[in-house]
Design a protein around this ligand. Structure first.
Ligand code: 5GP
Length: 189
């Protein structure tokens, strides 16, 4: 394989509640050429989440097997659950010359950066801390302790914003998705 297809790998991180799924979802709808990774997780599905579409929902034994078997490009524990990116579909997309997007948290983003220095990292930021607290609380899908765990992680994630190649403030989903796409176009072509 010639060229540097790995340059086409974009990692989108940002605190839980910042709207990563909405922004990435908008990008997905409008750009069928981009490959969007589907992670594996030990977290139970939220209402409305579909296995194989939002995540591959697996038990701990399966997750451990995938880690040991080297099947994950990166993996991390987040707020009590495990998450990881299946390696093969991402590598296949990149080999086919398709841009690929991973929506993952900070520890995973750092692992991708170490393994694939050509990857580009974007952090999605909330307009303000208070706005993030409001969004996470309003979502209503997590219990109080889980919201607090996510806010603690959020503080750590935002403190690492300087490590990223770009930062996009999510004031408006459409605008943030456009900025992300601009960044990918600029960076990937
Ligand atoms: P949630 O439980 O809200 O769906 O996801 C929690 C956090 O885990 C989010 O920040 C999400 O981006 C991140 N995440 C989702 N999939 C992966 C993955 O495969 N690897 C890593 N490191 N983080 C992930």
């Amino acid at each position: 394989m010639h060229g540097t297809p790995r340059r086409r790998l974009t990692v989108v991180s940002g605190p839980s509640g910042v709207g990563k799924s909405s922004v990435v979802g908008r990008l997905r709808k409008r750009n069928p050429d981009i490959y969007f990774s589907v992670s594996v997780t030990t977290r139970p599905p939220r209402p409305g989440e579909v296995d194989g579409e939002h995540y591959h929902f697996v038990d701990h034994a399966t997750f451990d097997r995938m880690v040991v078997g080297g099947e994950l490009l990166e993996h991390a524990q987040f707020a009590g659950n495990w998450y990881g990116t299946p390696r093969e579909p991402v590598e296949r997309a990149l080999a086919e010359g398709r841009p690929a997007v991973l929506e993952i948290e900070l520890q995973g983003a750092r692992q991708v950066r170490a393994a694939m220095p050509e990857a580009r990292l974007v952090m999605l930021m909330p307009p303000s801390w208070d706005e993030l607290v409001d969004r996470l609380t309003a979502r209503g899908t997590e219990h109080k302790a889980a919201v607090e765990a996510r806010l603690a992680e959020a503080e750590r994630e935002l403190a690492a914003a300087g490590e990223f190649d770009a930062r996009v403030v999510n004031t408006d989903v459409r605008e943030a998705a456009n900025q992300l796409l601009d960044f990918m176009r600029h960076d990937c072509e």
